[in-house]
Design a protein around this ligand. Structure first.
Ligand code: MRU
Length: 375
């Protein structure tokens, strides 16, 4: 998507053909900074510190990280080490493991001297596929927004979203935002309620930034506002992203998503989840019991970072010294609260049969690995 009129992806290969560059999301919205990754350690650090974040982008960054690692050492032992290092960066988004498995499959049976080229080729493909998939998700989600627009022609269509499931969280387009961008580009009067998404404020810092750069009308709201808006008829639909969807359609996403799903259910507001197929984990069924929930450092809750009136970036403490804080980064929304899953193969019911019918090859490969929970 565009930043000041210029098209960017969130991650790309630099002009030298080997360095990986990406937008450093820890500086947004106040500074637009691009950083370079030249080795495995850079890629692992970028994922762990959330210079790059969002499930699909974590997958793409891990794929490029494997390519960088192969340049350093293309032996079997190094491949295993790189896999383990990258896998340990963040526990919840399954796109990370999916991408690492794809990379290993692409290089493992090749002679060492062919591994670097094969690794870069597969990493590029993974990034390109993400863009194609998200475009398809957008087309499928657009049909939902168009249906709402037909019911209230010319009136504002209010979409609520949580966290950042925008182009910054993917390679391009975004998942939840893809349909929004397409609706806006078609001239539909779409407006987005942007949950700020404490503690890291991915909504206020990233979603608002990218929507603003594309000219999409939006309003940032404190996280606890969604229920009020829904009960007053001010939300037509919610669309969120996800870090992992189970075989039965449970949805793991940024902390606070579950509360929005509950409010949506109580108010009859359609609650959609947009996802690329690499986000489906057919090896797990019960999201609450089986998905590891990342717990991050207390400083993310205990402090706020922002820009002062004279342009300095400052971090301040907002809790009393000594008060313990908890920082669960994700929660699980049970499938029964999900109106539909917007995927590249259509809008699916959040059920085991619907997911298995739409992605039979993924069920098959999970079975081959001896881990299918899809039945
Ligand atoms: O902790 P983050 O910022 O990586 O969490 C991101 C989210 O929860 C997104 O909503 C999710 O990854 C979907 S991104 C298309």
């Amino acid at each position: 998507m565009k930043v000041d009129g210029r098209h960017y992806r969130s991650i790309w290969i630099a002009a030298d053909g080997t360095t990986v560059e990406a937008i450093d999301q820890t500086h947004l919205p106040h500074r637009f900074v691009i950083f370079a990754m030249t080795g495995l350690a850079d890629a692992a650090r970028a994922i762990a510190t959330m210079q790059v974040r969002g499930a699909p982008l974590i997958g793409a960054a891990a794929a490029y990280g494997m390519a960088l690692a192969l340049r350093e050492d293309a032996s079997d032992a190094a491949l295993e080490r790189a896999y383990a290092t990258l896998l340990a960066t963040r526990p919840t988004a399954i796109n990370l493991k999916w991408a690492l498995d794809e990379m290993v499959a692409a290089v493992r049976n090749r002679p060492r001297e062919a591994r670097v080229a094969a690794g870069y080729a597969r990493a590029r493909e993974i990034a390109d596929e993400d863009v194609t998939i998200n475009e398809a998700i957008g087309r499928n989600g657009l049909a939902l927004i168009e249906a709402i627009s037909r019911r209230k022609p010319g009136e504002r269509i209010n979409v609520l979203t949580h966290c950042n499931a925008g182009w910054l969280a993917t390679v391009d387009w975004g998942t939840a935002t893809s349909a929004i961008y397409m609706a806006h580009d078609k001239g539909l009067p779409v407006h987005v309620w942007v949950d700020e998404t404490r503690p890291r404020n991915q909504g206020a810092s990233l979603t608002a930034w990218e929507l603003g750069h594309h000219g999409v009308p939006h309003t940032v709201i404190p996280d606890n506002t969604g229920g009020h808006l829904m009960s007053h008829g001010l939300v037509d639909l919610a669309i969120v992203g996800t870090d992992r969807v189970t075989a039965q359609g449970d949805v793991c996403n940024k902390i606070g998503t579950y509360l929005k799903a509950l409010a949506a259910f109580d108010n009859g507001v359609p609650f959609y989840v947009a996802l690329p197929s690499p986000t489906i984990d057919f090896t797990v069924v019960d999201g609450l019991a089986e998905i590891p929930i990342e717990q991050r450092g207390p400083e993310e809750v205990a402090t706020m970072t922002g820009r002062t009136a004279d342009g300095r970036i400052e971090t301040v403490t907002i809790v009393p010294e000594g008060s313990p804080v908890a920082n669960y980064a994700f929660d699980v929304t049970p499938a029964r609260l999900v109106t539909g899953l917007i995927t590249e193969r259509g809008v699916l019911a959040a059920t085991r049969p619907a997911l298995a019918a739409a992605f039979p090859e993924r069920v098959e490969s999970a079975k081959l690995a001896g881990r299918s929970a899809a039945g």
